[in-house]
Unconditional design. Sequence first.
Length: 376
Amino acid sequence: MGFPSADIINNIIFNKHLNSGRRFILPDNISQSIEKCLESSNSDINNASHVLKDQLRGNYSSSKHTEYTNVAVVDAYTIEYLPRYFFIPHIIFRDLALCRELVGFGITIRILDMGSGTGAVSLGVYDLFSNDTFNDYSVDLVAVDKSEAALTRQFCLINQVGFRYDLFHCEALDISDIDKVSQFLKRNKPWDIIISANFIVELDVHIQKSLIALLSRYLSEFGSLVICEPPQDYAKIIIHNIADVIKDSGLTVYYPCSAPWSCKPKKVKCWIWRDYDIIDPIKPISREDESIELNSTKLQMSLVILNKCNKSILEFFKNNRPDLTWSIVSPKFGGFYEICPSHKTFYSDKPYNRGDLVGWREGSNGTVDVVVHERL
């Protein structure tokens, strides 16, 4: 039968995790597993959470490392980050499924989660593949992080949910040590998917470049490297810093647009490419007579999907409507929108979201006539 289509995955995501509109709701089994794995007092968790919330809201001007200094920090990280990034695998596999070559997996899909933290990506992967639609596939997932406390939390969460994880492995590894990362990669076969979520921002610039170059050599033929970072100015500028090494490594952009590094680095708003509502309404995690509230917030991502086979997400839409030019939308101001990478603008009373795809024609006066609007 082959890998499920993007429409099928979309239905799984929306039916399972959305109550209306585009609001992701953390599944009950995940919420309950978080509750059971928390170890600290509520006051300690809340104090640690305030620090992490400030970090989430901040605009980094340089790399900042997350240190799991105590159990309260691990608990706070689980609460603050896991609900945000749990849905990343669902979104990635849905997008990749638009290009059948990129999901031409064998029966075992090999996934590497770099900077895995407390396991948001791991849990998201197992949640998606627990659906009967994926019965023909198994997942060989390796979670890498320098914190043994964070990796231990992953095992706790997966066990509490009850996911099968026959091919799940953790590797305690300092990813800033490129030599050790290289040795680890040499011991493993090529990866179908490598995901770095909320992690590249924690590395120094020279390590970012070395790591991207190294990871690119260990992708399978149609493998994908996914960089997903928070919408902070520093995170959005990273792609410009590593653009040369991406091109030199033979990687091309599948999503968002074909030449993201052609944008001016200071135009940082362009890099919030995804924007979803999550955890709405707030679902409290009750402990004793108190409760800790999961954030009612947005999943905002500076998302880049790279591959070695020169595939673009726009090809799917071009094949269906070759009469149109296909581009990515980036809102400007006052109802005006820019389409990338052409940098043409158009006005619309209808709202478009950053990262939406549009099929358009050029009018007689050089104006943009949007014919088809797709939101991923």
